[in-house]
Design a protein. Structure first.
Length: 281
């Protein structure tokens, strides 16, 4: 089994890099990548612990965020990174923006009667990257909400704590340039989350290809079979590398995001990707 998209406690996952390796390995994963949001701080632990498993192959990764039409973000996976320092400096700027966004969301929550304080509850934490998931988990742990979904409803678009900082995010072309300059390949993560129809998505991917995009995450735990088939056609049309990942965060409610799974039907990511992926890079 393979899984080229996972998150640890160094971004918004609930498991440490060591725990991710343990759990993924027990599930049968033998090609694994850690792709925390906008930082590579967990890579050292990830690589160090992976050496305990002689038949486990690892790929150094990161999920880089960029602006998407000023109302959302587009995620580009950097896989097989060679220059960690370069990518760390670049993604650090986005992390600063994320932190300001969370600070604004907490302020709105507080104004609406939620007993939460940025300095007390968040700024004191060890998070290397602050995301909406981090805030949702904090709300859940403080028992200010009953479910993870309720927490997301407060924070995401339409919620009382929603803050749009996306216009401040870097341009996707700059992200692709920096990923490639770091020696990695640039892969569009979970294309269906852009919420474009097929025609719009094809045009957008063509634009990304012109910017240097190398691949598409055709297999993802939240995609449908129909979406996967369309992504595979686009990959063939634009001669792009095909990758797949569970996007595992360890959230109990997200049982469909199990290691090595390609869609909500819990089908395994094809192992043939591993050969193609390694061959291409």
């Amino acid at each position: 089994m393979i899984d080229l998209h996972t998150h640890s406690t160094f971004s918004d996952g609930l498991f440490t890099p060591e725990e991710i390796i343990e759990k993924a390995y027990k599930k049968g994963v033998r090609l694994l990548s850690l792709t925390d949001h906008d930082n590579v701080n967990g890579i050292s632990d990830f690589l160090k612990y992976s050496k305990k498993f002689k038949d486990l192959n690892t790929i150094i990764g990161c999920e880089v965020s960029s602006n998407f039409n000023d109302v959302s973000d587009v995620h580009i996976l950097a896989l097989n990174i060679k220059d960690l320092k370069r990518l760390s400096i670049y993604s650090g700027k986005t992390n600063d923006i994320r932190r300001e966004r969370i600070k604004s969301s907490v302020k709105k929550l507080k104004e609406n009667g939620y007993n939460i304080d940025y300095e007390r509850d968040i700024n004191c934490t060890e998070f290397k990257c602050l995301t909406n998931r981090n805030l949702a988990n904090i709300l859940l742990n403080k028992k200010l909400v009953k479910t993870f979904e309720e927490a997301k409803g407060l924070i995401l678009n339409g919620g009382i704590a929603y803050c749009n900082f996306y216009p401040l995010y870097p341009k996707v072309k700059d992200s692709i340039d920096n990923i490639i300059s770091s020696g990695a390949i640039a892969v569009l993560a979970h294309p269906h989350r852009l919420k474009l129809n097929n025609e719009e998505l094809e045009k957008y991917i063509k634009k990304l290809v012109d910017h240097g995009l190398n691949g598409i995450e055709c297999y993802h735990s939240t995609s449908t079979l129909e979406q996967t088939e369309f992504f595979l056609k686009l990959a063939k049309k634009f001669n792009l590398i095909i990758t797949g990942g569970s996007d595992h965060h360890g959230v109990p409610e997200e049982t469909y995001k199990e290691f090595g799974m390609s869609n909500r039907l819990q089908r395994k990511i094809p192992e043939s990707i591993a050969e193609q992926f390694i061959k291409k890079i």
